[in-house]
Write a protein that binds this ligand. Structure first.
Ligand code: ATP
Ligand code: MG
Length: 419
């Protein structure tokens, strides 16, 4: 049979790399738990209409990126392209938002049929944070502080920049939409095909265009600030005030509109110039209308999603994996073989080290070769003679230190204090 390969844009994460993933996920999880966020685990597949109705028909995701298929019952299902819609679906389904504040987080794979390139894949991973029942702007600032803790802990604080904007409320967006349409109609001949289409379906999205030929036109477009009501203005000023007080630098970017339909008020992105063209590491905003729109009680909400592939490519240079405490157990002779697995378990119970037990036999030199090839830094050798004395011979594999005899019952403690 011809070799079957992974699907384009869907990557294997091999052992050498998965260590870094586990480390980063552990750091992020610890930070969000310290902010009082609770984990929610959501299905990877949902009804297609969950996404098409919430994310918006005229968005990149719904127009062209979803993995949608009919299952055996003929129902239209979709591999989740993002987590917010599922999170709200679950929250309404299980009454999580009813008259209470909820701080939630999730992480895992998302699926979008995009053109694969560096930082852009078809199966990628997001770490998302969502807070329900708080109108802000204090919660907006909390979420930004939380993200800043990520960057600080991963030592990439100097590689990312916070950009913020406001999309106001629905009235402001409607007014702004009209102004934008008028403006872009006045320059219709300069628009590309995508933008001409968006002019009818979702004119705000033109501001999001990455076409270099459009940048001047976009720069001179009317700004949403001119359409804001006083409440949205207060919200935005309130956020800026807190950010100043907690010392989070930010840039106001009036072109930041976010691709999805459900956003209102504060929107934000943490961007970097470090990883090439795909420069948004973490993005989010308020979606105060979405819970009610999906059938729940009106609930203000805010959240962000962080792209783990992009985060890892930024952080990998500054990550130091904790030194590995691994020993390789060399077993010589039938008696030692029989006792070895049990002894290894005793060591595991009495220490924090990982014990790889030699399997597949072999003489001393074969087993030591295997030990050297493994990640172990110590070999424990148990033969007939050691067994009689109730000892193991402990040999350092990576350091120039003399070997030692250690009593079987002391091995756990010895390794604990040694590593
Ligand atoms: P972009 O403008 O880069 O397409 P987006 O606005 O579609 O991003 P969001 O839906 O806001 O992205 O997702 C949040 C984060 O998830 C992004 O900031 C990015 O870090 C990551 N992300 C989104 N799409 C991909 C992808 N195809 N591959 C890898 N990471 C992605
Ligand atoms: Mg996208």
């Amino acid at each position: 049979m011809k070799n079957i390969q992974a699907i384009r844009g869907m990557n294997d994460i091999l052992p050498d790399t998965s260590k870094y993933w586990a480390m980063v996920e552990g750091i992020l999880k610890q930070i969000v738990l310290q902010y009082g966020y609770q984990e929610i685990r959501l299905p990877l597949i949902e009804s297609t209409k969950l996404f098409s109705r919430t994310i918006g028909e005229a968005t990149d995701i719904v127009e062209k990126e979803m993995y949608t298929f009919l299952d055996r019952n003929g129902d239209s299902l979709t591999l989740r392209p993002e987590g917010t819609a599922s999170c709200i679906r679950a929250g309404i389904e299980h009454g999580l938002f009813y008259n209470q504040v909820r701080r939630l987080f999730y992480y895992g794979p998302m699926f979008r049929h995009e053109r694969p390139q560096k930082g852009r894949y078809r199966q990628f991973h997001q770490f998302g944070v969502e807070a329900y029942g708080l109108a802000g702007p204090d919660i907006d600032a909390e979420i930004m502080l939380l993200a800043r803790s990520f960057w600080q802990e991963l030592k990439i604080d100097n590689k990312v920049e916070l950009q913020i904007n406001t999309l106001g409320n629905a009235d402001a967006r409607a007014k702004y939409r009209e102004r934008l349409v008028e403006y872009f109609k006045g320059h219709y001949e300069f628009l590309d095909e995508d933008s001409k289409r968006r002019l009818l379906s979702n004119p705000l999205r033109i501001l999001d265009s990455k076409n270099p030929g459009l940048q001047d036109l976009i720069k001179n477009a009317p700004k949403i600030f001119e359409c804001l009501d006083s409440e949205a203005r207060r919200h935005f000023d309130g956020l800026c005030d807190i950010l100043d007080k907690v010392n989070i630098p930010y840039v106001v970017n009036p072109r930041l509109v976010r691709g999805l339909d459900y956003y209102c008020l504060t929107v934000f992105e943490w961007v970097t110039t470090d990883i090439g063209a795909q420069n948004a590491v973490c993005a989010g905003g308020h979606y105060d209308g979405l819970v009610a729109e999906m059938g729940g009680k009106a609930t203000p909400a805010i959240g962000f999603a962080l792209g783990l592939e992009r985060l890892l490519s930024l952080a990998v240079d500054s990550l130091r994996l904790p030194s590995s405490d691994v020993v390789y157990f060399v077993l010589l002779g039938d008696q030692a073989k029989a006792s070895g697995m049990l002894l290894a378990d005793k060591i595991r119970q009495n220490s924090k080290v990982s014990v790889i037990v030699n399997c597949g036999g072999g003489d001393l030199s074969t087993q030591l070769k295997r030990a050297n090839k493994s990640e172990a830094n110590i070999a424990l050798i148990l033969g007939e003679a050691e067994l009689v004395k109730g000892e193991v011979l402990l040999k350092y594999l990576r350091e120039n230190k003399p070997q030692e005899n250690v009593k079987l019952e002391d091995v756990g403690n010895f390794l604990n204090s040694n590593n």
